[in-house]
Design a binder for this molecule. Structure first.
Ligand code: NDP
Length: 446
């Protein structure tokens, strides 16, 4: 980055936010992409758009006390970052994982601003979470935690204010407990959360949306570069919500998914992963993915997650967590002939890995574009809740496909306009930014 104004902004953010490497990483990537925009748009500099954009509008940190099954008091920390409301109510998931801290929630909230802008729907950026680990907890413990979390959070969220959703560790069960507590305390039945169950206001196709959306976006990338999913070998890391539906759609589109993982290790099945078995192990039994090999002769399990990227594949779809592909893994993917990396997880590639993609000619689809189908469908859930109406699975899925196509077009067009054809990362950052920036400028210094 050579623009002194952007360098100064980044330096001041670093000074003000020590010990938050993921946040600085996400911010640096976006600011670097915005260099040509800033040079062309002195009006946005004069309006202080960048200085305002990098500072969250509101940061909420709170105590979450709950009682475990042994009657012992446990205390976790809760977060909600209301990052930017220029184009709509704050919107973004809740992550429940022991690694959660302020910097991680800020990185996710910052990314969410641009992702939500790209969806074409009116949603601002936010994110929340806690260092609570649902793994190994009983349903009762998860419920008591979720109720305590929402007892505080309910003061800060609302259908027209801030609408949280799921993320790592927050699935249908957790959303249900949080929604129940919100309704009880506030005495209102509104669309305050998305990812709800179908019996109480959830949208059909929301569960599948992020994973399906990743494949719809990847399909556009492939088409634009003269390829398709047909006959391709695909690696999908993770085995959670995003990974499972990514696998399903890639398979439906003609690919063979040969490997999946969890936070302990990965499975390789040259015949194609049996997705029903993975769903049973991870979603129903809540066990480890290594169980798969016991019932699938010819498949193997390897301890450790990073090794999954050493398998030869045509397309890599990282769907687990941030920074899961580092430089060495990216080099292995390139050496083994991988042609496309599209990100289902948020920021799964380190900056060094992204540099390898560009250097070796791997086509790269960044998370904020590829995985925007989840929040887009959450936006559709909000619309249905406001109308007190619900669309069929096919209607929602058709809207999702249209949205993913328009996101691809926006990224492609912005990259071309700024002389970086094929650089979908720059295109996503620029297209996502411009809409928010125009809205911030129009609304004055707030
Ligand atoms: P889930 O909790 O359903 O699944 C996460 C998966 O990733 C699990 O298989 C988990 O393994 C694995 N995992 C978690 N941490 C690590 C780690 N440190 N190393 C390796 N594997 C790990 O979460 P989601 O599928 O919802 O989310 C996955 C990613 O997608 C996240 O980056 C999330 O922010 C992003 N995302 C999710 C959206 C959604 O709609 N759900 C929308 C947009 C983005 P284990 O079972 O061992 O914990």
């Amino acid at each position: 980055m050579t623009n002194q104004y952007l360098i100064d902004v980044l330096e001041s953010v670093k000074k003000r936010n020590p010990g938050e490497p993921e946040f600085i990483q996400a911010l640096t990537e976006v600011l670097e992409s915005l260099e040509p925009v800033i040079e062309k748009r002195p009006d946005l500099v004069a309006a202080g758009v960048i200085e305002r954009l990098v500072e969250p509008e509101r940061q909420i940190i709170f105590r979450v006390p709950w009682v475990d099954d042994n009657g012992k008091v446990q205390v976790n920390r809760g977060f909600r970052i209301q990052y930017n409301s220029a184009i709509g109510p704050y919107k973004g998931g809740i992550r429940l994982h022991p690694s959660v801290n302020l910097g991680i929630i800020k990185f996710l909230g910052f990314e969410q601003i641009f992702k939500n802008s790209l969806t074409t729907l009116p949603m601002g950026g936010g994110k929340g979470g806690s260092d609570f680990d649902p793994k190994g907890k009983s349903d009762g413990e998860v419920m008591r935690f979720c109720q305590s979390f929402m007892t505080e959070l309910c003061r800060h969220v609302g259908a027209d204010l801030d609408v949280p959703a799921g993320d790592i560790g927050t699935g249908a069960r957790e959303i249900g407990y949080m929604f129940g507590q919100y309704k009880r305390i506030r005495n209102e039945f509104t669309g305050v959360l998305t990812g709800k169950g179908l019996t109480y206001g959830g949208s059909l196709a929301r569960t599948q949306a992020t994973g399906f959306g990743v494949c719809y976006f990847t399909n556009e990338v492939l088409k634009a570069n003269g390829m398709s999913f047909e006959g391709k070998k695909v690696i999908v890391s993770g085995s959670g919500n995003v990974a499972i539906y990514c696998n399903q759609k890639a398979t439906e589109l003609g690919a063979t998914v040969i490997a999946m993982s969890d936070s302990n290790g990965y499975i390789y099945d040259p015949n194609g992963i049996d997705l029903a078995a993975v769903k049973q192990i991870k979603e129903v039994e809540r066990k480890r993915i290594k169980e798969y090999v016991a019932t699938h002769p010819g498949s193997t399990y390897t301890e450790g997650c990073a090794g999954i990227w050493s398998l030869p594949c045509d397309i890599a779809l990282p769907c687990a967590t941030q920074n899961e592909i580092d430089k060495a893994s990216a080099e292995l993917l390139a050496a083994n002939g991988c042609k496309v990396v599209c990100e289902g997880a948020n920021m799964p590639s380190t900056p060094e890995a992204i540099a390898v993609y560009f250097e070796k000619g791997i086509i790269y689809g960044p998370a904020k574009a590829c995985n925007a189908g989840g929040v887009a469908t959450s936006g559709l859930e909000m619309s249905q809740n406001s109308m007190r109406y619900s669309w069929s699975f096919e209607e929602v899925d058709a809207k999702l496909q249209d949205i993913m196509k328009s996101i691809f077009k926006a990224c492609d067009d912005a990259a071309r306009e700024y002389g970086m054809e094929g650089n979908y990362m720059a295109g996503a950052n620029i297209a996502g930014f411009l809409k928010v920036a125009e809205a911030m400028k129009a609304q004055g210094c707030v």
